[in-house]
Write a protein that binds this ligand. Structure first.
Ligand code: SF4
Length: 475
């Protein structure tokens, strides 16, 4: 199928490295690299990309910083005290640097993007700082710090360039994560992402399909499509997110498709219809961040929907995809939030009955509008509201878990666990499942009976194998 792409180079990174001569450099000399990762799945993916690039130039990943000649802190600034966390972690490495003059220490991710030179100035032990758009420059950055002890900052957004990357995963698992877009144009008033990840840019559809096909060849059965706002995906050929899902379902052998994160304002009927049509592949799980259940608060947050519109989306999704499981993000104690407005959030959660909520106390972020709002809520009150919400949700989650007791489920087995003979996998509703099964079944889809259901985990017994993994495909 032609999706309008004529110029797709799926091996751009390796080719670029080779062209720059870096791929042939013995930059790491077989020494260790240690990466400590904070934050979301995007950051986890970025760290994996860094490790894959660094392996190409002969660094070896190690489990602890004492063994490393290169340490990178991949930071996150979405949650509290991010800069403080970077300072305190780097402080722990100061002594290592005194012992090992070859040791180079750098900061990546959102804090790096946000602080740039200031971070180098404030933390003299650092050698380099690079932002979310500069990951592929990493071998070059390291090479410069080794060559001249130069301190390097690389934190420019490449907003004008097309977003083209090959997913670099050293050893893809049964379930793999693939970035489909980056950045965000929504400017929610509490969120730093538009400042740390730049404007929205989407990957070309055909490049993505080729990328995922190559992961499938290496053993991937399930792919999670990642983006700050996946519903705004738009390929340069015009394909939108629904088209991407359809193409993946029709044109590849992927068994399961997940995606995160969806923006409620952009979740439309077409997406519901596509999810229903390709239900055998598109998972019955949607993370739909509400952030608040009060219309005035939502307007102050610049979320682009009202409480009623959000509830309409929930009704539309549940009508079109019966049995779908929903989760959400909630912020409590947003500036100006009254007790009544908070009560609206609690009632939203009671009404929707999410399987799971990720709830956070509001905390101001640099550059954001809400950080300048005068009516900040006290820490004590935020903590109280958070606890109220957690207690309400705990009851709902326990209640919903009971529905799983004794039923038969289908599980894609992903990996071994620390318990001998036990494997873990997930249902299409994203429930984590533990069961006893031979390791040879990793990659297989099995039927299992739930023997004990907890809110976040199901314990089950193997019944039968439904779909076998392709032999020898996992690398
Ligand atoms: S949609 Fe809002 S909360 Fe999500 S990344 Fe964009 S600005 Fe942040």
């Amino acid at each position: 199928m032609d999706h309008g792409s004529t110029q797709v180079n799926n091996h751009a990174n390796q080719a670029n490295l080779e062209a720059s001569g870096i791929a042939n450099m013995n930059l790491g000399q077989g020494e260790g690299v240690y990466i400590s990762t904070y934050g979301c799945q995007m950051n986890v993916n970025d760290s994996e990309r860094m490790l894959a690039l660094l392996e190409m130039v002969n660094f070896v990943p190690v489990e602890n910083p004492e063994q490393a000649s290169l340490i990178i802190i991949n930071s996150c600034s979405v949650r509290e005290k991010p800069v403080h966390k970077v300072h305190s972690e780097v402080g722990r490495y100061r002594e290592l640097k005194e012992k090992n003059p070859r040791l180079r220490i750098g900061v990546a991710g959102c804090v790096a993007q946000q602080e740039k030179q200031k971070l180098l100035k404030d933390v003299p032990v650092l050698d380099f700082v690079f932002g979310t758009d500069s990951i592929d420059q990493l071998p070059d950055i390291i090479s410069r710090t080794y060559a001249s002890k130069e301190k390097v900052v690389a934190a420019r957004f490449e907003n004008e360039k097309p977003y083209s990357v090959e997913t670099l995963i050293r050893r893809p698992g049964v379930a793999s994560f693939v970035n489909i877009m980056k950045g965000c144009d929504n400017f929610c008033t509490f969120c730093v992402v538009p400042f740390t990840r730049g404007r929205e840019r989407s990957r070309n559809l055909q490049e993505l399909i080729n990328d995922i096909r190559s992961l499938i060849k290496r053993g991937t059965k399930e792919v999670t499509l990642l983006g700050q706002n996946v519903n705004s995906y738009r390929s340069d050929c015009g394909a939108d997110f629904a088209k991407l899902l359809q193409t993946l379902a029709e044109d590849t052998d992927i068994q399961r498709i997940r995606y995160t994160t969806s923006h409620p304002k952009d979740f439309n009927q077409e997406l519901v219809d596509i999810s229903q049509k390709y239900r055998s592949k598109i998972c019955d799980y949607i993370h739909l961040p509400a952030q608040s259940g009060n219309t005035e608060m939502l307007a102050r947050m610049n979320r682009g929907y009202t409480r009623e519109e959000y509830l309409d989306k929930v009704r539309m999704i549940r009508a079109g995809i019966p049995g779908v499981v929903l989760s959400t993000d909630i912020i409590v104690g947003f500036p100006g939030e009254t007790e009544e407005q908070f009560a609206d959030t609690v009632s939203l959660c009671e009404k929707v009955r999410y399987d799971n909520i990720y709830s956070f106390k509001y905390s101001p972020r640099p550059f954001t509008k809400a950080a300048r709002f005068a009516d900040q809520i006290s820490e004590v009150e935020k903590q109280r509201r958070l606890q109220v919400l957690i207690d309400v949700q705990r009851e709902i989650s326990f209640d919903l878990a009971k529905e799983y007791d004794g039923i038969e489920i289908e599980v894609l087995l992903e990996a071994t666990t620390d318990t001998e003979g036990q494997l873990q996998g997930r249902t299409t509703q994203n429930k984590l499942v533990f069961l006893q099964a031979p390791e040879s079944l990793i990659g297989a889809t099995v039927a299992a009976n739930v023997v004990k259901a907890y809110p976040s985990v199901l314990r089950a017994e193997l019944v039968s194998v439904v779909g076998q993994q392709s032999p020898g495909s996992l690398q």
